[in-house]
Every structure is written in C-alpha cells, then in structure tokens.
Design a protein around this ligand. Sequence first.
Ligand code: ADP
Ligand code: MG
Length: 459
Amino acid sequence: MIVQEIWDQFLHIAKEEAGSRVVETWFKAVSLVKWDPAKRIAYLQAPNKFVKDWITRNYLELIQLHLGRLLHTTGVTVSFAAESVHEKKVVSESTVVPATTVPSRSVPIRSSLVHANGHINRSYSFETFVVGPNNSLAYAAAQAVTERPGRVYNPLFLYGGSGLGKTHLMHAMGNEIKGRHKKASVLYQTADRFVNEFISAIRFDKIHKFQAKYKNVDVLLIDDIQFISNKDQTQEAFFHIFNTLYEGHKQIVFSSDTFPQNIEGIADRLKSRLAWGLVADLRVPTLETKIAILKKKAHIGNEPLSDEVAHFIANRVMANIRELEGALIRVMAFASLTQQKVTLELAEKVLADNRKKNNGYLDSNTVLKGLLKCYPYTFDQLKSKQRNKEISFVRQVAMFLIKELAGKSLRDIGEFLGGRNHATVMYAIDKIEQLMETDPEVRKRIKYIEREIHKLTSQ
Ligand code: ADP
Ligand code: MG
C-alpha cells in the first residue's frame, strides 16, 4: 500500500475520533511522505512549524496509535520531514512494502479553514419568547428587522445582563428570517468563535476565504460581541466586514452584556459603528413577566404548574431568566424523582437552599457528576486520552452540557476535560447540537441527563 493511501485511511479514522474539524484544520495540512519499516519511523510533512508543533503537542499519540494499527506494528516514531527541498527525494522512497507503487506526483500540501458556523437553534423562536415591559423594545425591533432585513434598524444592537434572552432573540430572528426569506443566507456566530476562526484563518493563509464567508451573507448575527475586546487584529478584520455588509444594506445584529460605549478594549471607530442603528436593552423581568415565562416553559414541557407555585418561584428567583428556568426544572425534577405532585410545599422545600448560582449557571463539577451518574465512567477516564466510540461520545456530551448549563468558554471546557483544545470542544458542541435536532434518541437521552444534573442541585 502506498503511503498516501495509509494516510487517507488514517484521516478517516481521525475523523471518527477527533472530529472532522480537527482533520480539516490540522491533519489535512499534513502528509505522510515516507514509512521506514525497519526503524518504524513515519515521516510526516507539515506546511509550517506552527502546524508541526501543534500536531506534536496535541495529536502525537493519536497518530502513533492508528498509524501503528494501519501498518500492523507498534512503537511507531513520528518524525517531521523538515525541508521541502527534500520532498522529491523523500517521495521517491515513499512506499510501504511492497515498494513498487511509488506515487510520482509530489506531496500535496493541503490546508483548510475551520468551518465554524454556529447553528440556529430552532427551539428559540418568537413564539416561545415572552414579552414584557423589560424586553418589549428589543422584541419589537427584532421583529421589525425580520420583516425587512437591512432596511430598518441596522445594525440592531441588543444588550443586557446574562440570561435575559439575548441569544434567544437572536436565534428567533434567524429562524424567522429563514422562514420568511427562503433565499437569504443567515449566519449566526458568537464573537468568541469568530475570534477563533479568524486566528485559524491567519494560520492557514485563508483570510480571503474567511472574509468572503462573512461578506457574502444577507444577515449576520454576532452574539456576545464583547468577546472581541482587545483582539485588535480581529477587530480590524471585523471592521471591514462590517463596512461591506453595511454598505450593501445587509442586516447586522449584535448582542452584548453592556451598552456599546461601555465595552472596553474596542477601537472607537468600531464602537461608534455598533451604535449606528438601534440600541435596545433587555432588563430584568417584572414579577408578572417571570410568572408568564414560567407558565410558558411549563406548558412547553407539558408539565402542569399552578399559579401559586409559579408565583412562588418567580418571587424566589431574582437575577435572570436562565436561573428562573433552572429553578423550575429543579422543582419539576424533584417532583418526578420522588413521585410527588408539584405543590407549594414541595417548591418551598426544593428552593429552600437556593444557593447563589453563578448567573443561573451551574458549576462544571455538578454537571459532570450528574452526567457520570448515567454512564459507567469516571472523571479520570473522561479526562484521559481514551477514545473508544462511547467514551468519546460521553465526553462530547459533557462538553455540550458544560457549555449549556455551566456557560463556560470553549477554552475552559477543554482545560477542564483533560487539556483538550478549543477546536475539539467546538466540534463536539456542534455535533451534539446537531444530533439534538436530528436524532430523537439522543435528544431524549440528553434531556434525561439534564434532569439527573438538576436533581443533584435540588437534593
Ligand atoms: P442571554 O443570551 O441574554 O444570556 P439567553 O437568551 O441564553 O440569555 O436566555 C437564557 C434562557 O432564558 C434561555 O433558555 C431562554 O430561552 C430563556 N429566556 C430568556 N428570556 C426569555 C423570554 N422573554 N421568554 C422566554 N424565555 C426566555
Ligand atoms: Mg447569550
């Protein structure tokens, strides 16, 4: 078998195990140029030192393991063939026994950009969003924009504290625009990911592709724009994207935790553009709105909820809607766990110890503890490099749930789960998000795990 085929097979396996994003970003940039069976050395060629170092740091074990399997041996050493001047020579030797089928072409050096499109979450719609005096301006503006994207409020800037419905509204806009304007291309992205994607574009000399991706949309939704703070080069790139879209009457929507002028570490010219259109805030909901939200959520979940209990929970939770939802789920989970009806007494008991949560988010350890109740693995195994199909899946679910329930950054999640890099985390979250939409079994299982996690916080 020629080395190219071996490498292709390896790419296939790596895709299964590390995800296609990792393969697209890193492994496809690399080629296997020679295999020395006597010394058991696999010679790889990387396009630059950066890729070489990254792979060595993060994926060496994976390569050794699977190349070993494919080559029917163990103890494979990986060596990077450094200079491309030797390329021809190396290629001419690049065979695994039998040594007859030598590829005559030179080694293709491919690289590609991370395709990090955030998806639009279908369950976040205008219908499931409860309007109150705290968010009516933002809601009305969001609706107006979906009717005539790019024409009324451009950009639309939504700001407000954590858990007050910014992300929900942005997805609702995305869904609505896709429904109304079939041909419109809508791109939702968090600024966090935008930054990562930009950095990866620089590494691979794919800036044009990156710019084109963002400049060719009809609607661009950038969530949590404050994460672009102090990233000067990303801001510069974003500035150009903004100008192009704006001049083309394309709709731009931002969300942030503060008013544009108060975001620190953003260049003035960008700051002023953020506020060019309409700036609408989302505030803490009133008691009535909180009750309405609880009722709606209970209704969506097909759970009966009396006025009395809704009132009690709404009064109990001050900070934000994420926390409000968390409290509702805890009450419901406890009721189902103990097979009791949801009464005022029960809600009082469950929420008696309403420990101050971090903006309604749980901590990562609690999330993991609940998850591990559902699977026969230990935390150490999840952190380890073990990669059979099930443990990889559980690890991916862990990443997804920590993002959802603990609200951690990609980087923090990677650190927490054994020092994995953010691209792996991003891939995992995307994958589970997609499965949640397409695979009812996975959805059911994850909902079940979520309940287990919330039970821990209600005991
Ligand atoms: P943010 O992005 O502002 O931090 P999210 O949009 O993620 O907040 O909202 C947190 C949770 O609260 C989500 O589950 C969302 O569905 C819910 N939520 C927020 N505002 C509302 C609302 N007005 N009606 C219904 N649900 C809401
Ligand atoms: Mg958000």
